[in-house]
Design a protein around this ligand. Sequence first.
Ligand SMILES: NC(=O)c1ccc[n+]([C@@H]2O[C@H](COP(=O)([O-])OP(=O)(O)OC[C@H]3O[C@@H](n4cnc5c(N)ncnc54)[C@H](OP(=O)(O)O)[C@@H]3O)[C@@H](O)[C@H]2O)c1
Length: 283
Amino acid sequence: MILVTGATGTVGGAVARRLAEAGEDVRALVRSPEAARLPAAVDPVRGDLTDPASVEAAMHGVDGVFLVWPLPEAAPVVPVLEAVRLHAERVAYLSSAGVDPDAEEQGDPITATHAEVERALAASGLTWTAVRAGGFAANDLAWAESLSGGGSVVRTPFPEARRAVVHEDDLADVAIRALTAEGHGGRAYTVTGPEMLSETERVHVLGEEIGRPLKTERMGLDEARTRLTAAGLPAEAAEGILEAHRTFSDPSYTEERHTAQEVTGVPPRTYRQWAADHADAFR
Ligand SMILES: NC(=O)c1ccc[n+]([C@@H]2O[C@H](COP(=O)([O-])OP(=O)(O)OC[C@H]3O[C@@H](n4cnc5c(N)ncnc54)[C@H](OP(=O)(O)O)[C@@H]3O)[C@@H](O)[C@H]2O)c1
């Protein structure tokens, strides 16, 4: 039995669905079982990562855990891992490709939290695997608001920002391999998509998949800043996102690609595949 955290979210959702499709026993730790929309074969159990006792209560019969850590601080993961270790051996953790295990300081607070969770895992006595994700293709679902209902323009401050975005199912497949096959303990796998594509290029691919031409238009930085803070981001975090996209827009910027294929042996899903899988969200 695998316990999946974050099963109502992007990657945990893919892990729960793909495990269930493969016929594995899956339990989902969710904060609101009544609101969680999960595949019928997935057993929802109420729990909260801020409450280690609730995690332990969900652990009976569990051998492996898919862990997302949505909290800003890493320290509360320690009692959660202790609760896991009372019952299970393996953990696959959704980390970030931004983690530099050799750096004294990580590039931003979120990456620092991931690095700290990875250190807690290494000290936990569990058999752990870190899935260090590149930028998610699923971040582009933010464009659905302006496109669904017939829109054809994506306004963005950095249309030329290029990334090798990754399909959530590729992240899920690597995590599932780590949880269900031998030989992945103590390993950290960076997993990106296979190709560097700008936002404008991705918008064009999306248009081809949904069957109408789409384009990007540049949004001013002040407006972008205002929108990010209005969406609830602290000013510093908003600035961090804009700064990162400025870097992604530099013509010399490139990302080292490591795809799921290095772990699964199966060619990685392309952005076009992701767009086809999610076309309905943009129609
Ligand atoms: N976006 C990217 O490009 C990117 C790249 C690399 C790494 N990451 C990392 O990926 C992680 C996010 O993964 P995601 O996008 O798949 O998640 P997501 O879609 O944002 O969903 C978050 C999940 O966490 C659950 N959750 C939140 N607080 C919880 C709590 N206190 N106890 C139990 N469950 C809780 C939510 O469940 P509820 O239904 O209860 O809300 C939801 O299922 C973050 O750690 C992020 O840093 C993201």
